[in-house]
Design a protein around this ligand. Structure first.
Ligand code: FUB
Length: 312
């Protein structure tokens, strides 16, 4: 599959296929992270390769897709493997892309090698949104021994980076305990201590965006996971819990969202196990997920309407 993807780079899906939800029917995709740059949406996803749904996540690399109309998607193939970080053992879990001063920073969850416990967050950099990417610092940005609020060794997963209007950069992340840390201007060093965020029912998958004067923190809540959200007038909180944004996404215990505005429309991007890519030996499910997109609707007071999942 990996070779197939590399050789089929830049393949453009037909309009008919792309109109389906989930988006891609030839590959399992998860943990979407979308970025708008130069009138184009870049969609980065994890790549589920588990042989069936009775095992566990098998994720080696991250995939990239782009679109200028949210209908036709260009496939760019894997942009990076977890083991491109020399200090990482594997497990290309959720990631996030952000542009700053013409450079593209890819923040990723990976499993650290034996020198550190559990998971870690790395950062890679490129001059192009589709790579090639290389490790920006040669070591992890966050390691499990920096986050000891829970006894597990994956409480430092799922990075989401947000640059505020004044240029200050923040990374939100965490499993079971939501956290954020400021980043220095170079985006490759933490600036100060890690803060814990007070929101209810947090599981993982933080995503932060701003619309008008409101900041939104959305996240996977409970288990099986729904997507919940909170609002604030300040990126550093306090956050006011607003409720469920998206229900359990069908046939998978995880849900993981990305929220963007593109050409005047708002989108909620997530993954589901409900609809399998066609022609695959076993069906979609909790370790074989697929990215889908639905409209996001704001109420006049800034709160969000619950996302209704569609199949086309
Ligand atoms: O894809 C692996 C993990 O599952 C992610 O890091 C979590 O957000 C959940 O989707």
């Amino acid at each position: 599959m990996k070779k197939l993807l590399i050789t089929s780079a830049a393949f453009i899906f037909s309009a008919q296929a792309a109109a389906d939800n989930p988006l891609f029917t030839d590959v399992f995709t998860a943990d979407p992270a979308a970025m708008v740059h130069n009138d184009t949406v870049y969609l980065y996803t994890g790549h589920d390769e588990a042989p069936n749904n009775d095992v566990f996540f098998e994720m080696h690399d991250w995939l990239a897709f782009s679109s200028t109309d949210m209908v036709n998607w260009k496939k760019h193939g894997p942009i990076m493997q977890a083991t491109d970080f020399k200090w990482a053992k594997g497990d290309a879990w959720a990631a996030h892309m952000i542009e700053k001063d013409g450079k593209f920073y890819f923040f990723t969850t990976v499993r650290h090698d034996e020198t550190k416990p559990g998971f870690a967050i790395g950062v890679a950099v490129s001059d192009s949104p589709t790579g090639p990417f290389k490790d920006a610092i040669g070591h992890a940005l966050i390691t499990d021994d920096m986050t000891k609020q829970t006894p597990n060794d994956w409480d430092d997963i799922d990075p989401a980076v947000f640059i505020d209007d004044d240029g200050s950069a923040y990374m939100f992340f965490g499993n079971l305990v939501p956290k954020y840390v400021k980043l220095k201007d170079n985006l490759t060093e933490v600036d100060g201590e890690i803060h814990v965020i007070d929101v209810p029912n947090y599981t993982e998958a933080s995503w932060v965006h701003k619309k008008g004067e409101n900041y939104y923190l959305s996240y996977a809540c409970e288990f099986p996971e729904k997507i919940c959200y909170a609002m604030s007038k300040n990126i550093e909180g306090p956050w006011e819990y607003k409720g469920i944004l998206n229900e359990i996404a069908g046939n998978t215990e995880t849900n993981h969202q990305s929220i963007i505005e593109f050409k005047g429309k708002d989108y909620f991007i997530y993954h589901t196990g409900a609809v399998p890519p066609k022609g695959k030996e076993s069906s979609g499910g909790r370790f074989r997920r697929s990215v889908a997109i639905d409209p996001l609707v704001y109420n006049e007071d800034g709160t969000l309407q619950r996302v209704i999942m569609t199949t086309e």
